[in-house]
Write a protein that binds this ligand. Sequence first.
Ligand code: ATP
Ligand code: MG
Length: 380
Amino acid sequence: MFGSKAVVGLDIGSHKVKAVQLKKKGNTLELERFGVADIYPNGDRTAASGDPRQLKIQAVQRALNDGKISAKHCVSAVSGESIIVRYIQLPQMPEQELKNALRWEAEEYIPFHIDEVNLDSVILGTSSAEGKVDVLLVAAKKDLVNDHLEVVKATGLTPVIVDVDSFAFLNCFEAVYRPSHQDCVALVNVGAQITNINIYVGGTSRFARDINVAGDAITTAIAQKTGVTNGKAEDLKRTLGAPTPETKEPTEEEESSLISSIRGTVQRMTGSDMDDEGLDSGSQKAIRNVLTNLIGEIRRSVQFFENQSGGATVQNLVIGGGSSRMANLAAYLSSELELNVEVFDPLRGISLGPGLGQQQFNDAKEHLAVGIGLALRKVV
Ligand SMILES: Nc1ncnc2c1ncn2[C@@H]1O[C@H](COP(=O)(O)OP(=O)(O)OP(=O)(O)O)[C@@H](O)[C@H]1O
Ligand SMILES: [Mg+2]
């Protein structure tokens, strides 16, 4: 049914695998097929047994089956704190010379030995500094890329491009929102283990950083604070959502009486059977702690970007990823960061292929931006 040219955008996250196949229809794009699969049973990493690599391979196969995707080639991506992105200025010179110069320059900017990384670069354009060009430099640890490629190849797919999650998200944002060159937007993809922050301005990326705080950190914090299982903590996270902006922080006194009431309840009962009130307040506290951490990282990134020479002012924050489904998260981030925050709709302007239900898509929408961004690299 599909020619050999069909390419699937394959987002192997730490929680879910997303497989996306796009198609060009005249001037518009169609989401032809997509499939999603949990890597761990019921999405609970702590309850899983077996080799994580095998679980990932099986999840890729389930996602492809789920989406009835028969493409044999894929565009996939890596992410995390061992991906280093730097924006540097170099004297204008022919492109090939620039590539050679970059290898030497890179040593200065990358905290790993140059032989340990795969390097890639993109010329962003003429720099604000006289006679120079701005260059985007991306370094990914070879270990990370090789491990990733082993998983991909074991599924029977042939990798054609290995991208970086943060740039796939940006690619999707650019294609579907069509921002103007004046727009300055912080894109924040909050997944399970990793949050990608990428600042888009003047038609390109000008700041990118991955941090290890995302949805799983919230679940783990709830489980640790209240003693419930990870599965129950995940339910609590989804039911409670982010704090409402008007919920005030408990004072020291309230805090200590809260903790003693939780302790008292726990002592009276066996195991982790707190009463609902204790569970809710303990969980809310854990949610708030992790979000405070995440917000601090976003704020520092935005300030770093705005303070560098030529840095514009961030006007909007667009959040995506599975954790952007968290009730009230956009409103909470907005009130804490004093920025407009919206939840990304990766399907704006993309039509649904025949046989794909709106409901099916709505259930997966927030998870699909990276997969769509990857599929866009080779859409036919
Ligand atoms: N309704 C919800 N409320 C809060 N969090 C949710 C909700 N639905 C899903 N999530 C969270 O979304 C996360 C998974 O999102 P996503 O698919 O973007 O992650 P991933 O790509 O697998 O991980 P990563 O990119 O970090 O490696 C999980 O942490 C999950 O708890
Ligand atoms: Mg992800």
